[in-house]
Design a binder for this molecule. Structure first.
Ligand SMILES: [Zn+2]
Ligand SMILES: [Zn+2]
Length: 490
């Protein structure tokens, strides 16, 4: 299990402004405050999502170089956390930059003074330290066999409108070495940015024409941890668009095909792949997606898009979505128009439902099977029918747009203009920037940073199990299958 803290930009800005206020006036004075957090639980990662800071009132803390809190402040913070069914986080500042260790006094304050009373919330205490450069470090305090155990976080992420900042714990995930194979990449954006890109955990949902190109790009820029999710198999009509697909691959799982290519083409020193041949609304894939730092939505169905919309809002994992729309004349004999777009989805961007990538009735229709019922589809108005037209160069373009939007979001300096959505019109060859926001009553707005309590209600519980690993077990299982066939004639 790995541990992590994720901030909304607003919570990061409120707390860091408070905690660093004295240093910014050249006074060597630490400060402290409390915050609320909500759990986001993946397969291998537990994240604390922080969106609400409880700043101290007058007299609730003492400042004497170090900083101390009065019991009344802690009591108020715990009471608020319990009322809001959230966990308690404690944060303080240090007079040096970068990832911070803990002094003996720090450990005593968190482990002996705070961790037990914080347990009244039903969730462990999360401790955080901020350095003078705004760099966060964090840990969870969990009760284990009667003792309070500290789990250092792997990283702290801040999700903003413009960019996402990631503060790594180099002891758990060391930065990459500059290797010759990535020389040009390092030279393009520098060591610091490459350290982020290399250590990022990227998930790709949908390994069709767009997803495979995204996977190839991600593998080439040195990303070492990649998760692939897609239940589909290669069919003959995919071969004009599927990057790695050949006639020999018909019938193979798309995720296996992509995994094989990534292993071959990756430039990271060691590639770690998680491969899930199931749909994103099956729990195994959903949980694996919650382990990621960035997700690509390369799907064209309403249910996966709805699931990813939940993840982006409730779990603070940015989703980069893309789509292609082609219009042909009524006999499907002439290209009339084509456009494709890519956009980022976080609580600071328009959600996928408000940007009309899907609607709720289509989600219901996909879940009850009517979306695949031909008689039903023929009665739909033309704009609601799923278009099947697409070509490889269009996929190439939208995949490039998606990957570049991710890079832009990771690398953006403060002065870069805000870009939520890009739209390319094939006929006029123009790219438009669209910065729309969610409808004021959008229900996804209330799901912001709520974590596990806001998972989609229709998730399918654990169905997928890892294939058996040993040759003997595999042989035994195929024997059982043959035995079944022979004796039960199934
Ligand atoms: Zn300290
Ligand atoms: Zn919305």
């Amino acid at each position: 299990m790995s541990f992590e803290v994720v901030f909304t930009a607003q919570a990061d800005s409120t707390s860091s402004k408070h905690l660093l206020q004295h240093y910014r006036h050249d006074k060597l004075q630490e400060d402290l405050c409390f915050a609320l957090w909500r759990p986001s639980t993946g397969q291998l990662r537990r994240a604390a999502l922080i969106d609400e800071i409880i700043l101290p009132k007058n007299g609730e803390r003492t400042l004497h170089g170090n900083a101390g809190f009065e019991p009344g402040y802690l009591a108020r913070a715990i009471k608020t956390a319990r009322e809001k069914e959230a966990g308690l986080a404690f944060m303080h500042s240090h007079p040096s930059p970068g990832w911070q260790g803990m002094s003996v006094a720090d450990v005593e304050a968190e482990r002996d003074v705070l961790a037990y009373p914080a347990g009244a919330t039903g969730l462990p205490l999360v401790g955080l330290t901020i350095g003078t450069d705004g760099y966060w470090s964090a840990r969870f305090w969990e009760r284990d066999d009667g003792e309070m155990r500290r789990h250092w976080c792997e990283k702290v992420r801040v999700i903003g409108p413009q960019s996402c900042k990631i503060y790594f714990n180099d002891n758990i995930v060391p930065p990459p070495l500059r290797k010759n194979v990535l020389r040009r990449t390092f030279d393009t954006w520098g060591h610091e940015s490459q350290s982020t890109i290399s250590r990022l955990k990227v998930g790709i949902v949908g390994l069709g024409s767009v997803g495979c190109i995204v996977a190839e790009a991600v593998a080439r820029i040195g990303t070492a941890r990649v998760t692939l999710i897609d239940p589909d198999k290669v069919e003959e009509h995919n071969l004009d668009r599927l990057l790695y697909g050949t006639v020999k691959d018909i019938g193979k799982l798309k995720v296996d095909l992509a995994a094989q290519a990534i292993r071959r083409n990756a430039t990271a020193e060691k590639i770690q792949l998680t491969v899930l041949p199931v749909s994103i609304h099956e729990e195994a894939a959903y949980k694996a997606a919650l382990d990621c730092d960035m997700l690509f939505s390369c799907v064209d169905r309403p249910v996966p898009r709805d699931v990813l919309n939940y993840i982006a809002q409730a779990h603070l994992i940015p989703v980069i979505d893309g789509g292609i729309a082609v219009e042909t004349d009524s006999r499907q004999d002439n290209l009339f128009s084509a456009h494709w777009r890519a956009h980022i989805v976080t609580p600071y961007h328009q959600c996928l439902r408000c940007s009309k990538q899907y609607n709720s009735s289509m989600v219901v229709m996909e879940l009850d099977g009517s979306l695949d019922d031909p008689s039903y589809i023929s009665n739909l108005p033309p704009e609601q029918r799923r278009g099947n037209q697409n070509v490889f160069p269009f996929s190439l373009s939208v995949a490039g747009m998606e990957v570049n939007l991710m890079l832009r979001y990771l690398l953006a300096a403060d002065w870069w203009p805000l870009v939520r959505q890009q739209d390319y019109q094939f006929v006029t060859a123009e790219t438009y920037i669209i910065n729309n926001e969610c409808h004021p009553n959008c229900s996804f707005r209330q799901r912001r940073a709520q974590g596990d309590t806001e998972n989609p209600s229709y998730l399918i519980e654990e169905k997928y199990t890892e294939p058996p690993e040993s040759g003997w077990r595999r042989a035994w299982q195929s024997f059982i299958k043959i035995f079944d066939k022979v004796f039960w004639k199934t």
